[in-house]
Design a protein around this ligand. Structure first.
Ligand SMILES: [Ca+2]
Length: 393
């Protein structure tokens, strides 16, 4: 009030009006806003066992029906672990990849009917440093080669540099697949004169989204934005900065995804068709370069909030939903790898909410987490001499 008297009635009234005008509903915090968590207590009752050494920056893995394992290396090689031994020769037939920084050969998954058709799906960065994009391909596995290799999808528009390709593939129960696409890169990276990150709220761009495709790469007619003008019809959800882990809960059909925040503010999200997950209008993190917040909103009422936020960042990687026998107490929990955190985060769920977290400290950058056919958890370490490690009781 004293300030009002000093600055005169006009300014005071102005301030009064500002104070009274309620923020638009869309600008209010979401009622389900969570508080960020940092470190979590240690998980007990497990040990790590090295299974395969000599993998150069492995990124993704897929278990074949016979127990052999396909593992991608970011430089562009698809490796085969046969009867527990890593073969020297890599699988033939992978297209040329743009292997630079975060780009290269990324995820690998089998078609849900792999025993009938032998299709192996993979994601990679294609192009060069001036123009590149997240790409989905497939080929039929025949011995140690991929045959009938074809490109099914390439994210639009092209971007430059080697950041933020997203790139996990998840099959839904209806036989379609979700693929995560990153926002293209940190500021000052621009695409057509605007910051790449601003593609988070643009539906004419695949960047910063999850796309849903049929197994031949075509667009399912029941995708949420099909038929809308100026929209990429593959988009399933949007406002994602860079999803590096995504998994289906086979019991509920829920899809969970983790996401890199900018500086702090990594997220765990429950993915639903058509929803807007906020980036870059909402974030728990700060600008990667300046360390300052560039939006006042952690959440907004009109955007879907995360189920967990991690500050300091763990830099999440692969995500798995555990259903195995060896760890009965871990069943129906999520396991999220951490690059910066050098850990696997156990995430306890109750319904659609996170009710607890524990840390399996690995001491090395963790790139992927998968449950093997034997019910153990397997992880890949992101190193020049990376390893496949089994988590055992
Ligand atoms: Ca978000």
């Amino acid at each position: 009030m004293q300030a009002c008297l000093r600055h005169g009635i006009a300014l005071c009234c102005f301030g009064f009006l500002i104070g009274l005008s309620a923020p638009a509903a869309s600008q209010q915090a979401h009622p389900d806003q969570v508080e960020p968590t940092g470190e979590a207590p240690s998980a007990e009752g497990w040990r790590q066992q090295s299974m395969v050494k000599g993998l150069e920056h492995p990124w993704g893995m897929a278990f074949l029906p016979n127990g052999d394992i396909l593992i991608t290396e970011r430089a562009g090689r698809l490796r085969l672990v046969k009867n527990g031994e890593l073969l020297d020769e890599s699988i033939e037939g992978i297209p040329d990849v743009f292997a630079s920084n975060q780009g290269g050969l990324l995820d690998v998954v089998l078609h849900p009917r792999f025993p009938e058709n032998n299709w192996v799906y993979f994601t990679y960065a294609s192009g060069d440093r001036h123009a590149n994009r997240t790409t989905v391909g497939r080929g039929r596995l025949d011995g140690t080669a991929l045959k009938d290799v074809e490109v099914l999808f390439a994210a639009k528009p092209d971007k430059s540099g080697g950041q933020h390709f997203g790139s996990r593939i998840v099959w839904l129960e209806d036989g379609t697949m979700l693929v995560s696409i990153g926002d293209g890169g940190n500021p000052p990276l621009e695409i057509d004169g605007t910051l790449a990150r601003d593609h988070g709220q643009r539906l004419d761009s695949h960047l910063a989204s999850i796309v849903r495709l049929k197994d031949d790469g075509s667009v399912p007619e029941d995708n949420p934005f099909v038929g809308e003008e100026g929209v990429q019809p593959e988009i399933y959800s949007y406002g994602h900065r860079n999803i590096q882990g995504m998994v289906l809960d086979p019991q509920t059909g829920n899809v969970w995804a983790n996401e890199h925040g900018p500086l702090g503010g990594d997220e765990l999200n429950l993915i639903r068709a058509g929803e807007n997950y906020g980036w870059p209008e909402t974030t728990y993190g700060a600008d990667y370069r300046t360390g300052e917040r560039f939006t006042p909103h952690r959440t907004r009422q009109d955007m879907t909030p995360p189920k967990a936020a991690w500050t300091p960042a763990v830099a999440p990687s692969g995500l798995e939903f555990y259903t195995g026998e060896p760890f009965p107490e871990w069943r129906n929990n999520l396991f999220s790898g951490g690059l910066r955190g050098q850990e696997v985060r156990r995430i306890v769920l109750e319904g659609e909410n996170v009710t607890g977290q524990e840390t399996l400290s690995i001491g090395r950058r963790v790139r992927d987490v998968k449950q093997g056919p034997d019910g153990f958890l397997y992880i890949l370490t992101d190193e020049t001499a990376g390893e496949l490690i089994r988590i055992e009781p």
